[in-house]
Design a protein around this ligand. Structure first.
Ligand code: ATP
Ligand code: MG
Length: 396
């Protein structure tokens, strides 16, 4: 290698699961996933992505192993990733690499040092040793060098060796990846993103099923401050690490919200706001070629989230409204928000525009005729078009 350890290249092997089920679409899914892996590491120096043997392989300098793994293990469609090294095709080289990869893995996570197992797969039938013999030879060397105990049933450390005809890979760690489908293969959607806990999680779940998203947030200055908007941008930035979305449309809602509020009874305000949000979303979907609107709504007892009102809200939409969190308990959503990394930001205490001018007890089962009577006092299509035209666009 060019100049010592820092320039040594390592290989990150990416595994995918469900894609195998997709028959004729397999090539399409694989290309999309490899493209997404490329996007994840695109700004890392000297990163190279290739697809040998139907695998996705990322090569990066050893010095940025952690950063590269942290990015790759967030790519939807992958079920696990293993960082390791390429070895020359000789048993001596394979053994030395296995010992050093095992050492690196244990240094990173001492828990792994309890017991181990070697698992060799040999597609190169010209290699002079059989898989089992490689396992035994390497296993003996690991026992001698590191004093580990063999456990073939529940090893804490698995040393994987893959002997292909053009390369040999050796790795000693398996990190879980989120699974799902590659972002983009299921189409495009627009996420209604508030600063709350739910909508970022809903977007993450939709992206995990292969939707490529843009986000739309409603903002009512001066009632909602700059910091409320910054919070949504921060959430988007966290979501972008998962490739959920990178574009945020910020809609200015203040005047329309006041007109809606003044046109009818306060009890209907929440449903009126939401229907207007949906109309604006529809217009942006048209422009951004999105086939679906995604929200963080949940089947609950708050006004906007009863079956009657969700139907009232959806009635204003011209395309499918997806609600990935519909059946989630709050505890489940919070656990996921923590895993994704959005929870702390979502918990910051800034106002959302939906709680403006809203009474303590909004209608939980509004009648559509009443809602439409209020809306008839405004030109709702024109209001929506104006809000959509006035959106600010932020790309992270
Ligand atoms: P969240 O935590 O996502 O805000 P919530 O449980 O607080 O959800 P609501 O506030 O009733 O529920 O919002 C329901 C959904 O409506 C949100 O998940 C989001 O998709 C959308 N929504 C609410 N407020 C806004 C906003 N200001 N901008 C964009 N979308 C919003
Ligand atoms: Mg909310």
């Amino acid at each position: 290698m060019k100049n010592g350890k820092a320039r040594t290249m390592i290989s990150i092997l990416c595994r995918y699961g469900e894609l195998f089920l997709k028959g004729g679409n397999r090539g399409f899914f694989l290309r999309a996933m490899a493209d997404n892996v490329r996007r994840a590491v695109r700004d890392l120096p000297d990163a190279k992505v290739s697809t040998p043997y139907g695998r996705i392989l990322v090569r990066v300098p050893d010095a940025i192993r952690e950063d590269a793994c942290a990015r790759v293990e967030r790519v939807f469609g992958l079920v696990s990733v293993s960082a390791g090294a390429e070895a020359a095709p000789s048993i001596e080289a394979i053994t030395a690499t296995a010992v050093s990869e095992a050492q690196t893995a244990i240094a990173r996570n001492p828990e792994l040092g309890r017991s181990f197992k070697v698992e060799t797969r040999r597609s190169n039938k010209h290699f002079p040793m059989r898989s089992h013999d490689i396992d035994c030879h390497v296993g003996g060397a690991v026992i001698d060098a590191l004093g580990l105990r063999v456990d073939v049933h529940q090893p804490s450390l698995r040393i994987g060796i893959e002997v292909h005809s053009s390369a040999v890979y050796v790795f000693a760690e398996i990190r879980p990846a989120p699974g799902g489908l590659p972002v983009g293969v299921s189409g495009r959607g627009l996420l209604l993103l508030s600063g709350g806990i739910d909508s970022p999680v809903a977007g993450w779940l939709a992206a995990k099923r292969g939707l490529a998203l843009e986000a739309l947030t409603f903002h009512s200055p001066p009632f909602t401050g700059e910091r409320a908007k910054d919070k949504v941008v921060s959430l988007l930035r966290i979501l972008s690490r998962w490739q959920v979305a990178t574009t945020l449309h910020v809609a200015h809602f203040t005047e329309t919200q006041q007109r809606l509020r003044e046109a009818g009874p306060a009890e209907l305000a929440v449903v009126l706001y939401r229907r207007m949000m949906i109309r604006v979303a529809d217009i942006l979907c048209e422009r951004a070629r999105c086939q679906a609107i995604v929200t963080g709504e949940n089947l609950g007892q708050v006004a906007s989230q009863t079956l009657v009102n969700m139907a009232n809200i959806e009635q204003a939409a011209r395309r499918i409204v997806l609600r990935p969190l519909l059946t989630y308990d709050k505890m489940e959503t919070v656990a996921l928000a923590r895993q994704i990394g959005t929870y702390d930001t979502s918990s910051l205490p800034y106002e959302d525009c939906c709680s403006l001018f809203v009474p303590a007890h909004p209608a939980t089962a509004a009648r559509l005729a009443d809602i439409e009577a209020v809306e008839a006092k405004l030109d709702v299509a024109k209001e929506a078009a104006e809000i959509a035209a006035g959106c600010e666009r932020i790309v992270v």
